[in-house]
Design a protein around this ligand. Structure first.
Ligand code: PMP
Length: 420
């Protein structure tokens, strides 16, 4: 069928065809990092076997080819996120670096003592710590949007109450890597405009899974990591509206990012080059471009529709395992949807023990605070287990996960029963 992405894509992902602990691998840790299709592996391998050379500098044939492929990768990412020009796409190491770049350039130049930055309690550490460092340097004040009482969304009444003429920046997660909830970006962007604040969106968990169009999103910047959208690690993107990027001073200095260098001063290249000091991750960037092109080729609407289907199946099967299972975040089928991930706990069991036993059954899920410690405090737990699906996962795999979880709960109950 149209939606049968899962099974039909598996041959593209050689890593999925293996046994772990004597069982077929069920990889459900996609919110941490996705697997890579052959086209990405081959693009990177071609770079090293056919035209490896440094970019932007050489006149020789290999360097020209490497530069062309590198710049084409930027264009492919621009297409994936709907950027009107690839000059708005800054290539960074990961989303974390993208946020730090904004904090250290725009933030350092524009945030003063008493200015306010609005974040939420649901942010990944990557969207908390850079602002804490900036606030410590400048005397700015951080304000955090709370969750709704059912812990399924940001509390938008609270958000509105935090907005003031002192609000200079709003930086929020587009799709939560724990709750799976999807931010109402149109509303947030409208509120940001109303108070004259800039808006940064952490799109790590949206760009891989749904159509993201920066022209209609209303943000000034977005960040995303290649490794979560089928590309390699070590590379990611910061997209910024061109006028905003143009207004930003450089952060790191060195080769590539300059116009003219004198012994005591330099002038700088235009964006995006201004923010790309030193030799970049060339093969990785080319791999990221191949991933963006491949994903876009599948059709992001289709990707999103498949994930809604498998995500809902995952949620419903997991919820039915036992009344002792708590899944955090909104129920599927709500007005804003829900990502195809489920962070959960089983009453009486530790998330790490659950994940360890699932691994024995070949099922890879994550446990811990998922780099969202403040959010786990809000949820009243120190850790959770998280199963997160992607386009190549199947309902049969969700069934295996659910069976393994059922066995895990029984195993611990028997053990506790025997001990008491
Ligand atoms: N934000 C969110 C919502 C994430 O899920 C992640 C990755 N776990 C990040 C930021 C950070 O991504 P990276 O480590 O690739 O910079």
């Amino acid at each position: 069928s149209q939606l049968a992405l899962g099974e039909s894509l598996r041959a593209e992902f050689p890593i999925l065809d293996q046994q772990v602990n004597g069982q077929p691998l069920v990889y459900l840790d996609n919110a941490a990092t996705s697997q890579k299709p052959r086209v990405v592996l081959e693009a990177m391998s071609r770079c090293y076997t056919e035209y490896n050379a440094n970019v932007h500098r050489g006149v020789h044939a290999l360097s020209a080819k490497a530069t062309q492929e590198y710049e084409q990768a930027r264009e492919k990412v621009a297409v994936l996120i709907g950027a009107s020009t690839c000059r708005e796409v800054v290539i960074v190491r990961n989303a974390t670096e993208g946020i730090n770049l904004v904090a250290n350039t725009w933030g350092s130049a524009n945030i003063k003592q008493g200015d306010e930055i609005i974040l939420s309690v649901a942010e990944h550490h990557a969207n908390l710590v850079p602002w804490q460092l900036l606030a410590a340097r400048t005397g700015a004040v951080l304000r955090h949007v709370r969750l709704t009482p059912d812990k399924s969304q940001l509390d938008m009444d609270h958000f509105r109450s935090l907005l003031s003429p002192r609000t200079r920046l709003i930086s929020l997660v587009h799709v939560s890597n724990v709750l799976g909830c999807v931010l109402d970006t149109a509303y947030v962007a409208e509120q940001a405009r109303r108070v004259g604040a800039k808006l940064l969106l952490d799109c790590c968990q949206s760009v891989p899974h749904m159509p993201v169009d920066v022209r209609s999103l209303g943000a000034d910047w977005i960040v995303a990591s290649s490794h979560k959208f089928c590309g390699p690690s070590g590379v990611g993107i910061l997209w910024g509206r061109y006028e905003v990027l143009e207004s930003m001073d450089p952060w790191m200095g060195g080769g590539e990012m300059i116009a003219d260098v004198h012994l005591d001063h330099s002038t700088f290249a235009m964006p995006p080059t201004r923010f790309e000091a030193g030799t970049p991750a060339i093969a990785e960037t080319i791999g990221m471009g191949a991933a963006a092109e491949w994903l876009y080729g599948l059709g992001m609407e289709r990707v999103h529709a498949y994930e809604e289907k498998i995500g809902t199946y995952l949620y419903e099967r997991l919820a039915a395992v036992s009344p002792r299972v708590t899944i955090y975040g909104p129920r599927p089928g709500g007005p804003r949807g829900r990502a195809s991930l489920a962070a959960f706990n089983v009453e009486g069991l530790h998330a790490t023990d659950v994940s360890t036993l699932l691994d024995m059954a070949g099922v890879a899920v994550r446990s811990g605070h998922h780099c969202a410690q403040p959010l786990h405090r809000e949820l009243g737990v120190s850790a959770s287990a998280r199963a997160s699906a992607y386009i190549y996962n199947t309902e049969a795999e969700v069934d295996k996960f659910v069976e393994a979880l059922t066995d895990t709960i029984k195993f611990f109950d028997d053990m506790h029963g025997a001990a008491s």
